[in-house]
Design a protein around this ligand. Structure first.
Ligand code: 9WN
Length: 462
């Protein structure tokens, strides 16, 4: 059956047929999570990513929240066991088996144990990822099978999430403008996005000071679907630079870190997470005011400093240059996920989203690609430079729904269900053919699909 026909079939199926078909899909999605679970946490996938990643853990918990609350709580607690004394939640908490032959850079390259602030018994990386965790905890509270248990879990994890957000505002918002910075493309979660090209291209690396290293990712996935070697050199140079600065935020800044960016998506996720931790605070009888104030401050700053009047789009800000970075990536729409823009501004964004540059409803397209298709640098198979990512589309869907673009949100939800059922639980998908790329059996593809299926079922039965 051709992809287009499958899409048509899906859209015209009766609810009962969808439910029947979904049963098998749900079981397959759960199986992906079972197979990726180590018993202590759920890894993103086998081989390519054998450790625990920070924002993955949040997205994975969103699916578990509906049927396996214990696993959702266990995963988040495991992630926070790697939290640093200064509050930072590292982007990787390493499996203690090391797996240096599977993943690079592993613990022996990061050597964070030599830095102050790091946990004693857990090995971690020395950078972070978008703070989706409060949102995941709120999700657990909303869908809890055991409400009492969820409340005591929220109570236990609340101070840790509070310390995490405090870290971001204390260490990463040096201009006190409500926007926190990231200092490595990996911190954005969108590693080789065209967003970073102008900065990475400025980095002239001296081969004499480059550490030698061996990539492991290319042993698992085709090089054409991964970042280039030049990208990797820059990623590794930055890690080495942080290590030489003992992972001390002040000296990283003072020694002229070449990469300091106020990123739209990171700050959007933070704004939403502040609102969510505020709601968690209310549920457990803590003061919520500070969190709602921070949510407002960051939202206002995104809307002001990261809005480009000329392009009519949200864009990143390069702190080293003091200029905006004008790239048309899907993340530029996502402030709608945190309720940042006005209705008028959202209409402008929607009119651009609903074109062939991203995904036009009349095109019967799949979900929205990560990069404007009309850009010369666009590629449907190259990681964060075009393919559909399920997590970005899941956030887009929440945002569209929030502003009343329900037909479009529905279309995206259908694709979140359809793409894995058609092509497997891949890491990313070609926007034109729906073909899966990157690793297979990818956890957040499975867990966010589960979230969509369970949410639909609940709303159908209400
Ligand atoms: C580097 C685990 C992670 C995701 C990121 C994705 C990819 C790592 C890598 O995999 O990044 O952190 O080695 O390529 O870009 O979003 O969290 O799934």
């Amino acid at each position: 059956m051709s992809n287009r026909l499958f899409l048509y079939k899906f859209e015209t199926m009766e609810m009962t047929e969808i439910t029947k078909e979904n049963y098998g899909l749900k079981e397959s999605a759960k199986e992906v999570l079972v197979n990726n679970s180590t018993g202590r946490f759920t890894k993103p996938t086998d081989n390519l990513y054998p450790h625990q990643w920070s924002w993955d853990a949040g997205f994975i918990a969103m699916g578990y929240a509906h049927y396996n609350q214990a696993a959702a709580e266990r995963d988040l607690l495991h992630l926070f066991s790697g939290q640093w004394d200064n509050g930072m939640v590292p982007h990787i908490v390493f499996d203690d088996r090391g797996f240096e032959d599977k993943y690079f850079p592993g613990p022996s390259f990061w050597k964070t144990e030599n830095a102050p602030n790091t946990p004693n018994s857990v090995q971690t990386s020395g950078i972070c990822q978008p703070p989706i965790h409060a949102t995941a905890v709120r999700h657990i509270l909303c869908h809890a099978q055991d409400r009492e248990k969820a409340l005591s879990f929220a109570d236990a994890i609340f101070p840790r999430i509070a310390a995490w957000h405090d870290y971001l505002y204390r260490e990463r918002d040096k201009e006190n403008d409500g926007l926190v910075y990231i200092r490595h493309p990996w911190e954005s979660g969108q590693d080789n996005s065209p967003l970073w090209d102008p900065i990475l291209n400025r980095m002239q690396l001296d081969p004499k000071i480059m550490p030698s290293y061996q990539r492991r990712d290319l042993g698992h996935v085709d090089a054409a679907e991964r970042p280039t070697n030049l990208d990797y050199d820059r990623y590794i140079y930055l890690v080495d630079f942080f290590k030489k600065n003992s992972y001390n935020e002040e000296s990283i800044r003072e020694n002229e870190c070449p990469f300091l960016v106020q990123d739209v998506l990171f700050n959007t996720i933070l704004a939403k997470a502040n609102r969510d931790i505020g709601e968690i605070a209310e549920a457990i009888g803590e003061n919520s005011e500070k969190w709602f104030e921070r949510a407002d401050k960051t939202s206002r700053a995104i809307d002001k400093k990261l809005w480009c009047a000329e392009k009519q789009f949200y864009v990143n800000f390069d702190l080293n240059r003091g200029t905006q970075i004008h790239e048309r990536v899907l993340a530029g729409f996502l402030p709608i996920y945190a309720g940042v823009p006005s209705k008028e501004r959202t209409e402008i964004l929607f009119n651009y989203l609903n074109t062939h540059c991203f995904c036009h409803l009349d095109d019967k397209c799949y979900a929205a690609p990560s990069y404007d298709r009309s850009s010369p640098e666009y590629s449907g198979s190259k990681y964060w430079r075009g393919p559909i990512w399920i997590n970005l589309n899941w956030m887009l869907c929440m945002g569209l729904d929030r502003y009343g673009y329900t037909d479009y949100a529905e279309r995206i939800m259908n694709s979140i269900i359809q793409l894995p059922s058609m092509s497997g639980f891949h890491e990313y998908f070609d926007p034109d053919t729906g073909r899966g790329y990157g690793s297979d059996n990818f956890s957040w593809t499975a867990s966010l699909l589960l979230d969509v299926l369970y949410t639909r079922e609940k709303s159908a039965s209400n």
